[in-house]
Design a protein around this ligand. Sequence first.
Ligand code: CMP
Length: 133
Amino acid sequence: MTEQSLFIIKPDAVARNLTGEVIARFERKGFKLVKLKLFNFAKEQAENFYGVHKDKPFFGELVSFITSGPVVVAIIEGNNAIATTRIMIGATKSFEAAPGSIRGDFGLGFTDNIIHASDSQESFDHESRVAFE
Ligand code: CMP
């Protein structure tokens, strides 16, 4: 089923010049780029984007990190985009993510874990609205 998903290449990966590597993986997999933007999250925008985590103890750290430098947001389209993108990015803790996944191949961090991707249609709707507002 053709659907869309969203990913954010986080400040650690943009700073390490991994943007092209990450986008290329999705293109090679067969996804089409629908939207692409380099930008800096405003604090309020980041708090809204990650609103589902607002009561978590790591919320402050998360917002501080995602606003610390430029990020790249993409909307991609293809078969089973949301679930397949989650498989491609790997486990949240990069140091536990399987080799072959994006986090598994490029990072060791947890807050600084290279990439974020929507985990449901509901989060895609919210995140795409906030990131492209
Ligand atoms: P992400 O996929 O962007 O979704 C929320 C992010 O919060 C997650 O990746 C991690 O980077 C971060 N995160 C989740 N749990 C913790 C935690 N316990 N400590 C620090 N950061 C966390």
